[in-house]
Design a protein around this ligand. Structure first.
Ligand code: ADP
Ligand code: ZN
Length: 604
C-alpha cells in the first residue's frame, strides 16, 4: 500500500520557479521585438542621428517615425513632421527602410506574451508535476490524487505490494470473518442477486498491538481496493463543526472511489457514549451524529466498507453498534501458543534466522505477548546477532530478547552486593519451589538473578504447558501462594524482609480481590458481583459497586486470603528447606538456572 499525501510545499516551490522563469523570459524576448520599449525622442534627435549616419532601420508611419540606431539594439520613435528631404537624407545616411523589424508588438501579441503564455505554462507545469507525483506514489493509472478538502484521511492506493492475509499470522477466526468481506468486494453481484446485503461496518475489538490495523489493511490488500485510513482522534478538532464536515468529506470521497475500505482507528475517540452531562463534548457528539447519519445514508451495496478498531468496546455509543451500522464485531485477541509461534515465524522471515530455531519453545516462553511485542522480540534478536557479529539469528538470541522485551536490558554496571544477590536468589527460588511443589502450578523454565534495566533484580520465566481458559479455585490459590513465596523464603532464611516483594504483593492482592469480588470464590459473599471490569483490554481497571460496609468486609476477606496463602507458603518452604538451600546456592553461584537443572536438584 502506498500512502498518498497532498504535496503542498513542493508544488508552491515549483510555481515560484515558473514565475521567475517567466519574468526573465519577458525581459529577454520583449526587447527584441521592441514591444513597449521604444524610446520617444524629439524630431531634432532624429535629424541629428540621421546626419551622424546613426540610423539602422527606419519605418515611416502615418503620424510617427520609428527607427533604431546603427546597432539595431535601441529603438526610438518620434512624431512625423512635414520634412521634404527626409527620405533622401535617410537614404544617403545608409538607413534601411523596413516595416517588419522595427515593429511595436501588436496588442494581441503583447496580450499573448504577458498573459496567455504565462498562464498556459503555469497550468501545464502544474499538471505535469502532479502527474509525476502520482507516478512516484506508485499508483499507476488507478492512482488518485487527493486534496481531500478538510478531511485529512491517509489514502492508500492499490498496489501489488499491499499487506495480505498471509502476512497476518494467527487470528484465524478474525480472518475467517474478514474473508467474506473480501469476497463481497470482489464480487458484489453474487450477493446482490440473492438479496443479501453486506454489513456496512465491522468493528475490530482487541488489546493494543494484536494486529487490528494490519487486518484492515490486509482486507484492502486482498480485495485490491483503495484503503482510506483515519484515526478517530483526527476528527476531533478545536472548532465545533469541523469534525462533522471531515466525516462528510471522507464519505463523499469514499463513495466516489467505491468499492473501497474506510478504516477508522481508535473509533472510541469519537464514538464514546453520548451522555446527558451538561457541557458535554459538543464537537465529539456532532461528529458522531454525522458518522451515524452517513452510515445510514448509503445502501448496503454501494461497496463502501467501514472497518473500525477499538480497544474499549464497552465505551462505544450503543447507536453505533446497532444493526445497520457496526453490526459485525470481530474479536482480535492476544495470540495463543500456536498464534505466537506463527507470528514469530512470519517476522523471522524478514531477518536472517538460523533454520534450527525452535519457534515452539520461544513462543512458550513469550506467554501473554502481543503480536507487536513478538515482532519486537524478533527485531531485538536480530540486533543482538549484529552486536555479536554473527550472520544469523540463533535460538539464544530469541530467548535473550524475550527477556529484554519483557524485563528490559541487562544492567551493565549494577553490581549486587553478595548479600543482596543471595537474598534475590532465595527470593526467586522461593517462587519457583512453591510453584513446583504445588502440583497444579507451572514449573519454571529459567531463573536468572542478573539485574535488568526495568528494575527487576531477578527474573523467573514460567512455562505454561498448554492454553488455559478456565482456572479452578485451587489453581488460583496456588498462584497466590507462589506470589507470596518469595517473601516467605526471605523470612525463613534471613529472618528479615525486603522491598523486593512489592510487585508480588500487588499481583497477589489483585488476584485475591478478583476471587472475592468477581469469581464468587469466597465463603462470606458467595456468588455476588461486586466489581465491574471497565477496561478489559487496557490493563483491566475495575470499579467497585457495593456499599462502604461491604467494601470493608471485602478488604478483610482479601487480607485473610493472602495471610492464609502466606502461611501455606511458609509451611511448604520450611518443609523443603534443604532443597531451597541447595537450589538457591546453585543459582547464587551460576546466576542462572534452567528448568531442567532445577527439577534435577529437586527430585534427585
Ligand atoms: P493494533 O492496530 O491492533 O494496535 P497493529 O496492527 O498496528 O496493532 O500491529 C502492530 C504491529 O505488530 C504490526 O505492524 C506487526 O508487525 C505486529 N503484529 C501484530 N499482530 C500480528 C500478527 N497477527 N501477525 C504478524 N504481525 C503482527
Ligand atoms: Zn518475587
Amino acid at each position: 500500500m502506498n500512502e498518498v499525501k497532498t504535496p503542498k510545499k513542493p508544488l508552491l516551490f515549483y510555481y515560484a520557479i515558473v514565475i521567475a522563469v517567466l519574468l526573465v523570459f519577458n525581459m529577454l524576448v520583449t526587447p527584441r521585438l521592441f514591444g513597449g520599449r521604444i524610446k520617444e525622442v524629439d524630431y531634432g534627435t532624429f535629424i541629428t542621428m540621421t546626419e551622424e549616419k546613426n540610423i539602422g532601420v527606419v519605418q515611416i508611419e502615418d503620424n510617427q517615425i520609428v527607427f533604431t540606431d546603427k546597432s539595431e539594439k535601441n529603438a526610438f520613435k518620434t512624431g512625423r513632421i512635414e520634412d521634404a528631404g527626409m527620405v533622401d537624407r535617410l537614404h544617403q545616411s545608409g538607413a534601411r527602410f523596413g516595416a517588419e523589424i522595427v515593429k511595436e508588438a501588436s496588442p494581441f501579441l503583447s496580450l499573448l506574451l504577458s498573459w496567455v503564455i504565462p498562464i498556459a505554462l503555469f497550468v501545464g507545469v502544474g499538471q505535469f508535476l502532479s502527474k509525476k507525483m502520482m507516478k512516484k506514489m506508485g499508483g499507476g493509472p488507478d492512482a488518485m490524487m487527493f486534496g481531500m478538502g478538510k478531511s485529512n484521511a491517509k489514502i492508500y492506493v492499490k498496489s501489488s505490494s499491499g499487506i495480505k492475509f498471509s502476512d497476518v499470522a494467527g487470528e484465524d477466526e478474525a480472518k475467517e470473518t474478514l474473508k467474506e468481506i473480501v469476497d463481497y468486494l470482489h464480487n458484489p453481484k453474487k450477493y446482490e442477486t440473492i438479496g443479501a446485503s453486506m454489513p456496512k461496518g465491522v468493528l475490530l475489538v482487541g488489546p493494543p498491538g494484536t494486529g487490528k490495523t494490519m487486518l484492515a489493511k490486509a482486507v484492502a490488500g486482498e480485495a485490491n481496493v483503495p484503503f482510506f485510513s483515519i484515526s478517530g482522534s483526527e476528527f476531533v478538532e478545536m472548532f465545533v463543526g469541523m469534525g462533522a464536515s471531515k466525516v462528510r468529506d471522507l464519505f463523499k470521497q469514499a463513495k466516489e472511489k467505491a468499492p473501497c475500505i474506510v478504516f477508522i482507528d481508535e473509533i472510541d475517540a469519537i464514538g464514546k457514549k453520548r451522555d446527558g452531562h451538561f457541557g458535554g463534548n459538543d464537537e465529539r457528539e456532532q461528529t458522531l451524529n454525522q458518522l451515524l447519519t452517513e452510515m445510514d445514508g448509503f445502501e448496503g451495496n454501494t461497496g463502501v466498507m467501514i472497518l473500525a478498531a477499538t480497544n474499549r468496546p464497552e465505551s462505544l455509543d450503543p447507536a453505533l453498534l446497532r444493526p445497520g451500522r457496526f453490526d459485525r464485531r470481530v474479536p482480535v485477541e492476544l495470540p495463543d501458543l500456536k498464534g505466537r509461534e506463527e507470528i514469530l515465524k512470519v517476522h523471522a522471515k524478514k531477518v536472517k534466522a538460523s533454520p534450527e530455531i525452535d519457534y515452539g519453545a520461544v513462543a512458550r516462553m513469550a506467554s501473554g505477548a502481543s503480536g507487536a511485542e513478538l515482532a519486537n522480540v524478533v527485531n531485538e534478536a536480530a540486533l543482538r546477532a549484529v552486536r555479536e557479529n554473527r550472520r544469523q539469528v540463533c535460538q539464544a538470541d530469541m530467548e535473550e530478547s524475550i527477556e529484554v522485551v519483557i524485563a528490559g536490558y541487562r544492567k551493565k554496571n549494577a553490581i549486587l552486593s553478595n548479600k543482596e544477590k543471595l537474598i534475590v536468589a532465595y527470593h526467586e527460588v522461593g517462587h519457583a519451589l512453591a510453584a513446583a511443589l504445588q502440583t497444579n502450578s507451572a514449573p519454571v523454565q529459567k531463573i536468572t538473578i542478573i539485574p535488568r534495566t526495568s528494575g527487576a533484580l531477578g527474573y523467573t520465566m514460567q512455562v505454561e504447558e498448554g492454553e488455559h481458559y478456565l482456572l479452578s479455585k485451587e489453581e488460583l490459590e496456588n498462584k497466590i501462594v507462589t506470589f507470596v513465596a518469595g517473601r516467605a523464603a526471605e523470612e525463613i532464611v534471613f529472618d528479615s524482609i525486603t522491598t523486593g516483594a512489592s510487585n508480588d504483593i500487588e499481583e497477589a492482592t489483585k488476584l485475591a480481590r478478583a476471587m472475592v469480588c468477581r469469581f464468587g470464590m469466597s465463603e462470606e459473599f458467595g456468588m455476588v458481583c461486586m466489581e465491574h471490569v471497565t477496561n478489559q483490554y487496557l490493563g483491566g481497571d475495575s470499579s467497585l459497586s457495593c456499599s462502604p460496609e461491604t467494601q470493608t468486609k471485602i478488604d478483610a476477606a482479601v487480607t485473610r486470603l493472602i495471610e492464609a496463602s502466606y502461611q501455606k507458603a511458609l509451611e511448604l518452604l520450611r518443609n523443603n528447606k534443604g532443597k531451597l538451600d541447595e537450589i538457591a546456592k546453585f543459582l547464587y553461584e551460576n546466576e542462572t538456572i534452567t528448568g531442567e537443572a532445577f527439577m534435577e536438584i529437586l527430585y534427585k
